[in-house]
Design a protein around this ligand. Structure first.
Ligand code: FAD
Length: 513
């Protein structure tokens, strides 16, 4: 609900209107609509088939995330009681949200909650038609899910043409489209020119990339961020990040990512999705990054922030538990959370051993599960001794086949042997694979493929790679701490080194008279 003061502020920025019962304020497929705050009356939100989803009355406001992203509208707003309302243009609204913290908090968290609710409404948003057996269909479903797009899936062959058929709200039909075509058809996704020239190109739109985007653009660099899937990176997929500074009650990955993207746009950086970098060609004045769909970006400096993919368990329903009772890191909050509970640590490496010891010291009843016959094949001896010392039970040749629990709270797992083992928490240390295959040997990498920086790469700056003007930040960097806050901090810090590099290269080019 908007306060009287907030309604008054909005009234000053927008125009007051009236509408009669049955009038449509916006409808499915519309490209634009203003921010609407209700003074008097009532509006129903209905889906394309006319099913009512919710009604809003006085002091409520309409809209969801598409008002900020520019996405096509998924629902229709129809007046159900004579209406008096304030309409504020979306560009004006964006500005207000940057300046007015409490209003921004209210509107953003409501929009995000509405988007999450819309994702659960059957028959809304994209319609994806294609059979389970079609890889392209399964990839499209995955893409819609990771982009948090409401969609309905029809598990059948399209009447004609290749699968999948994607129907966009408003009627357009796309046959076997690329992910970029879908995003652009619903109004999001920046269309890049075949060649772009920028000061700073950030490859990867996770916390490190977005951190660099905010600091780069706010400090005057023409900054472009390209992201192959969805802005927010791994952090965006976390159910609740508890250890991010400034959010004592925790924050969902979706909200952190949405706020970061809004902030990056506010300062004028340009996030572009979905574009995948496939090659890097270092140059003297500009480095060139080639993208999947044939585009090339020439940048005075490049920040590699492509992160790492944590190996996940190949079991059903994993996502429901991630961030709530299944974690990929064990720090103080997790140790506190697990005190006196049964926790399983999965993995045979030193990181799994350290986590098991740490959790056991925090009072958890810890069992370490690993695949091999003898833990000493993969874990350091001192850690194996520590496991004994702190009472960690070790199960050799153990793999998880299924998870059991509800509402994100784990209760037990079934092993491939068929045995059911009770666990309230699970920690996965199955290794992470850096997203660096596309770099070839253009920059120096460690034996696991992570990018070397600073003295390890014989570079002048802490975050510089073996090639001047190319930097790396976040999880993709060799030796980095795999945490959100560290990734954001490194992204921000990299911008300082970019400035130093650009100043130095300008000095080289300017002849001394
Ligand atoms: C389920 C889960 C929960 C987590 N919870 C926490 C937590 O509670 N607290 C915490 O501190 N940390 C947590 N982490 C770790 C944290 O999310 C990461 O440390 C952080 O996201 C790293 O940020 P990054 O920007 O370096 O990389 P990422 O977040 O991995 O972002 C990299 C981005 O680059 C994109 N990309 C990759 N290759 C290309 C390419 N070729 N072209 C274009 N784009 C590309 C990827 O799609 C991705 O979006 C969690 C991780 C997971 C998986």
């Amino acid at each position: 609900m908007l306060s009287d003061l907030q309604l008054a502020t909005l009234a000053e920025l927008g125009d007051e209107h009236t509408a009669d019962v049955g009038d449509l304020l916006y409808r499915v497929g519309d490209q634009r609509y203003p921010f609407i705050a209700i003074i008097e009356g009532e509006v129903a939100i209905v889906d394309a088939a006319g099913q009512e989803i919710i009604r809003h009355g006085p002091s409520r406001f309409l809209g969801e995330l598409n008002l900020l992203s520019g996405q096509t509208v998924f629902v229709t707003a129809v007046v159900t009681q004579p209406l008096r309302y304030v309409a504020v243009d979306r560009d004006v609204m964006r500005e207000v949200l940057f300046d007015d913290g409490p209003l921004s908090d209210l509107v953003l968290s409501t929009f995000i909650a509405r988007r999450e609710a819309l994702q659960t409404v059957e028959g809304l948003g994209l319609q994806i038609v294609g059979p389970r057996s079609s890889d392209a269909t399964m990839r499209m479903l995955d893409f819609a899910r990771s982009n948090r797009l409401p969609f309905t899936w029809h598990d059948e062959l399209p009447a004609e043409g290749e699968a999948p058929l994607v129907r966009v709200p408003g009627g357009a039909e796309l046959r076997a489209p690329s992910r970029g075509q879908v995003l652009r058809a619903i109004g999001i996704g920046r269309e890049l020119a075949p060649r772009e020239e920028v000061d700073l190109l950030v490859v990867g739109g996770g916390p490190a990339g977005l951190g660099a985007a905010v600091y780069g653009a706010s400090e005057g660099l023409d900054t472009l961020v390209i992201e192959s899937t969805v802005l927010g990176g791994q952090a965006g997929s976390s159910r609740r990040i508890e250890n991010y500074l400034g959010f004592p009650a925790g924050i969902t990955g979706t909200e952190l990512a949405s706020r970061a993207v809004t902030q990056a746009r506010k300062f004028g950086s340009r996030p572009a999705t979905p574009y995948r970098a496939i090659a890097l060609e270092p140059g003297d004045e500009r480095h060139v990054v080639r993208l999947e769909e044939g585009h090339e970006i020439a940048a005075r400096a490049v920040l590699l922030a492509t992160g790492a993919e944590y190996r996940r368990l190949p079991v059903d329903g994993l996502h429901d538990y991630e961030g709530l009772s299944i974690f990929y890191a064990a720090g103080p909050p997790e140790a506190q959370l697990c005190g006196a509970s049964r926790a399983g640590v999965v993995g045979g490496g030193n990181s799994a051993g350290q986590a098991a010891v740490w959790l056991a010291r925090g009072g958890a009843l810890v069992t370490l599960l690993h695949r091999r016959a003898d833990l000493r094949e993969t874990m350091s001896d001192y850690l194996v001794r520590e496991l004994e010392r702190y009472g960690v039970a070790v199960r050799d040749r153990s793999e998880i086949a299924a998870l059991h629990g509800s509402d994100g709270h784990l209760e037990a797992v079934t092993l491939t042997s068929g045995e059911r083992v009770p666990f309230s928490f699970l920690f996965l240390f199955l290794g992470a694979r850096p997203c660096t295959d596309w770099l070839g040997d253009t920059v120096a990498r460690d034996e696991n493929g992570f990018i070397l920086t600073g003295s390890d790469a014989n570079a002048d700056h802490l975050l510089q790679t073996s090639v001047p003007g190319i930097f790396a930040a976040g999880d993709v960097r060799s030796g980095s701490t795999k945490r959100c806050a560290t990734a954001v901090g490194e992204g921000a810090m990299a911008v300082q080194f970019v400035h130093e590099h650009l100043r130095a290269s300008a000095d080289v080019r300017t002849p001394v008279i």
